[in-house]
Design a binder for this molecule. Structure first.
Ligand code: ADP
Length: 285
């Protein structure tokens, strides 16, 4: 049975909290020459969100879970680099080859390279109904560039969700993480096990451990986070956009908490119903 809100929009609680609704991200992953087969619907107040948090806190998983519920695009810079890494060597630009080296070591890619890549894909931010940025911005410089880009188009962020988690839990999550080589879905060797060993539940692709999820790279990534990304928390707090969430519990519990906070925020701003998830995306339960 499905219930709808007063304006005919479905209530999000009828989408199971662990259900992932995949959307085409070709234009983001491959660049402006590619087109997405479907884009988010028209919304008067689309969600424009940033997800912040240390590596391994579960931003990617939350972004995947939130995307269908909020009818937005999942824009992950890490996924763009990984997609480029899978291309043939001769199809990679020198800047991209260099970026992939930084990534393998767990270091941040230089701002100029990241910004070039995001700027090329700026229509995914500016012209798409709504978005969740995951892994970007990661430095104050990137945050300033994004602010400028959006201000020029008179667009504003809805909120910056900051996922908080103790360090030992982060390390446990990162070292057990497994990623699908084909559709990029994320699993965990103990917490979010695939139905069949090393096989993706969604597309049947092989699961692998990311190079930067190996112990030596994890330490480097956490240091880079502390040094460069943690200052963004204050930056967005000062802008009145920060929404802190304690990221303990299952992915379903965390997404439920996130949706509750977003609902509260939308209600405070008086634009709640328009931002709810859309029925046609929900699988039959
Ligand atoms: P995680 O959040 O799990 O560390 P991501 O998938 O977001 O992973 O990013 C993987 C790697 O890609 C980073 O460690 C970094 O090398 C590179 N990268 C991604 N986004 C950025 C960014 N905005 N600035 C600099 N480097 C980035």
């Amino acid at each position: 049975m499905t219930t709808v809100t007063a304006n005919g929009t479905p209530r999000r609680k009828f989408i199971g909290m662990n259900v992932i609704i995949k959307k085409d991200r070709s234009a983001w992953l491959q660049g402006p020459s590619a087109k997405c087969s479907a884009v988010p619907g028209e919304h008067k107040h689309p969600w424009r969100l940033i997800l912040l948090g240390a590596p391994g806190v579960g931003k990617g998983t939350q972004a995947e879970l939130l995307t269908g519920r909020l009818d937005v695009c999942h824009l992950s810079t890490g996924d763009v680099f990984r997609a480029a890494g899978e291309r043939l060597d001769r199809d990679q630009s020198p800047a991209m080859k260099e970026a992939l080296e930084y990534m393998r070591r767990g270091e941040l890619v230089p701002d100029s390279t990241v910004w070039e890549m995001v700027r090329e894909r700026s229509s995914c931010i500016l012209d798409c109904g709504g978005f969740i940025l995951d892994g970007f911005p990661r430095t104050l410089g990137q945050a300033e560039s994004l602010k400028e880009l959006m201000e020029k188009e008179k667009l504003s962020l809805s909120a910056v969700v900051n996922y908080e988690l103790p360090l030992d839990e982060i390390v446990r999550r990162l070292s057990g993480r497994r990623t699908c080589g084909k559709c990029k879905s994320v699993f965990h060797v103990t917490e979010r096990r695939p139905k069949a060993e090393a096989v993706c539940d969604h597309c049947g692709g092989r699961l692998y451990q990311r190079e930067d999820d190996r112990p030596e790279a994890i330490t480097v990534r956490l240091e880079a986070y502390e040094r460069s990304t943690a200052p963004l928390i204050q930056f967005y707090k000062d802008l009145g956009l920060l929404l802190p969430i304690v990221a303990t519990g299952s992915p379903g519990e965390i997404v439920a908490q996130t949706m509750d906070k977003l609902d509260e925020l939308a209600a405070q701003r008086g634009d709640g119903d328009d931002r709810r998830t859309t029925l046609h995306l929900a699988p039959k339960l």
